[in-house]
Design a protein around this ligand. Sequence first.
Ligand code: AMP
Length: 290
Amino acid sequence: MARNKGIRVIETVSELQSVIREFKKKKQTIGFTPTLGALHEGHATLIQRSKKENDISVCSIFVNPTQFNEKSDLKKYPRTFEADKKILEKIGCDILFFPNEKEIYPNGSDYAIKVNLDGLDKRMEGAFRPGHFEGVVQVVYRLLEIVKAHHLYMGQKDFQQFTIIQKMIDKLKIKTKLVVCPIKREKDGLAMSSRNRRLGKTIRKNAIILNKTLKSVKLKMDSQSPEELCQFALHKLNIIDFKPEYFIIIDGYKLTPIRSFDDTEYAVACTAVWAGDVRLIDNMILKSKK
Ligand code: AMP
C-alpha cells in the first residue's frame, strides 16, 4: 500500500478488504464511487457527495475491458492516473482502489453474474453497444462484492446505467444504497465527460448542440408530442460533423418510449450522438414527481 498525502492507493483486493473490515469494525460508513478514471469535475461531485454522507470514501479507477464493445474505444480510453490521483487528493478522498484485471477477474472475465434486468439493458445504449451492460453489471457487482459499501455514487449522466444498477441491486437484494448525482456541465452546457478531451476544437465548440436540443425539447413539451419532439431533435442534431444515433423520450423507470407525456410521471429525453469519431451521450429529465 502506498500512502500519498492522505490518499491510500490500494491495488489488491485482499488489502482493500482488510482495510474495509477495520472501518466496519469501527462502525464507519463507506461511500463508493466507481470510475474508469480520466477524472473531471463531474466525477468530483460524486466523491464530494460521498464525503459528505459517509465516514470513508473509496473511489475506484478500473478501465473495465468487458464493458467496451469496441476494442478500439478501449484502447483510446484516456488513462491519466497521476492527474486523477491529484484530483482525489484535493477532494480528500480516503482510498483510491486501482486494481489490475487479474484482481477483478481472478478466474477470467468469462464468468459473470446473471441478473434478469427486465429488458432494461436491451434498449438505447444496449441496442447500439451490444454486451456493454453485461460488462457494467459484471464489474459493478464484483466491485460491490469487494467494497461492500453502504452507499454507491453514480451519475445521472449515464441514465440507463444507474437504472440498470438499481435493478441489479433490487433483484439481488444487495444492501448498498444507490445515490444518483445530477449531471455536471461545462459553462457552455456540454455534459462533462472523459471523452470530451478527444474532441477537436470546432467539434468541441459545436457540441453544445446536445444540451441546446435537450433544452429546446423541454421548452416545447407542452405543445408537442414525444414523437414530434424526437423528430425535431434528430433534425436539430444533424449538423456538420455530428450524427445522432438516437434521440428518445422514455419512461424513466421502464426505459420504454412514451407516446404521450400523460403516460408517465417520469419522462426523460436521452440521446447519443457521434461528434466526429467521439460518441457523446446526454439526457434531461423532462417531467418528474421528485
Ligand atoms: P465513468 O468514469 O465515465 O464510468 O463515470 C463514473 C461515474 O461518474 C458514473 O457514475 C458517471 O455517471 C459519473 N459521471 C460521469 N460524468 C458525469 C457528469 N458530467 N456529471 C455527473 N456524473 C458524471
